[in-house]
Design a protein around this ligand. Structure first.
Ligand SMILES: Nc1nc2c(ncn2[C@@H]2O[C@H](COP(=O)(O)OP(=O)(O)OP(=O)(O)O)[C@@H](O)[C@H]2O)c(=O)[nH]1
Ligand SMILES: [Mg+2]
Length: 248
């Protein structure tokens, strides 16, 4: 069974086209699609994100509500906890941004790699064949710098910050059992790096597929606070690097 997790903050305009894309992906899945449940975490949106998430027929969609807004990390924690509570170890969880920048057409390739034995598959901007449409040069440079720094400090992956990932539920359950409350304790964007650092040895070898980033399809302005996220993430890396993180 496939769980699709969408953390969503003011994504009412982006969720319907994303879910229509998911329906098309499932309909044309090579060899037939796995049963799929979508989990949308509406993170205290002030628009109609929850209504938009329920507006598409033909998909099983669970909407979990945060009120008020708690941040991407808290939204991920709520969604992953729901899947751990309702799914089984053999299930797969694909998380992606709800702003329609991550094409669902990459999912069959990610699931094929997971079925081939990978416990963690990342849609990566740093694999041959990756394409970035519509993102400004500054953001591209920041993500390249982050990738370079993280690869040097914590080898094992190339794209540490992209949220488009496929996890075997057993791997997430291991993280929950091993780290307890610390597993998903980052409330903001830093959760993406943090989870990866916590799982990376257990998940080895992490596989990546080339990401096609469709930033040009995103409706609405960027909500990412680049400077604040960079500072929080750098602090986290320093702590992890110096503090000898727990892990196998
Ligand atoms: N910004 C923001 N996003 C959140 C929050 N909670 C959940 N999200 C969702 O987290 C995902 C990633 O956020 P994005 O704003 O797309 O982050 P990004 O892709 O790094 O940057 P932009 O696309 O430029 O905004 C999206 O699906 C958001 O809707 C929150 O509190 N703030
Ligand atoms: Mg985005």
């Amino acid at each position: 069974m496939l769980w699709v997790l969408l953390p969503a903050y003011n994504e009412a305009a982006n969720i319907p086209p994303l879910l229509e894309g998911l329906k098309a992906t499932l309909a044309s899945w090579p060899g037939g699609a796995p049963p799929c449940t979508v989990v949308v975490v509406d993170d205290g949106s002030t628009d109609d994100t929850a209504t938009a998430a329920r507006s598409v027929d033909g998909l099983e969609v669970v909407v979990l509500i945060h009120d008020p807004n708690q941040g991407l990390g808290a939204a991920m924690r709520t969604g992953i906890t729901h899947v751990l509570d309702h799914g089984v170890d053999d299930d797969l969880l694909i998380a992606l941004d709800a702003d329609n920048t991550h094409p669902t057409s990459l999912m069959p390739g990610m699931v094929a790699k997971a079925d081939g034995g990978a416990q963690l598959v990342i849609a990566s901007r740093f694999q041959p064949g990756a394409e970035i449409h519509g993102l400004d040069t500054f953001r591209i440079l920041v993500s390249q710098a982050a990738s370079w720094l993280l690869r040097v400090m914590f080898p094992g992956a190339r794209d540490y910050t992209c949220g488009y990932r496929c996890y075997r539920v057993a791997l997430l359950r291991w993280g929950q059992d091993h780290y307890g409350d610390e597993f998903m304790n980052q409330t903001g964007f830093a959760i993406m790096v943090d989870i990866l650092l916590k799982l990376r040895r257990r998940a080895r070898p992490i596989e990546e597929v080339p990401l096609i980033l469709r930033y040009d399809l995103k409706q609405g302005a960027s909500k990412m606070k680049v400077a604040q996220t960079a500072i929080t993430t750098l602090r986290l890396l320093a702590r992890r690097f110096v503090g000898n993180p727990r892990g196998p």
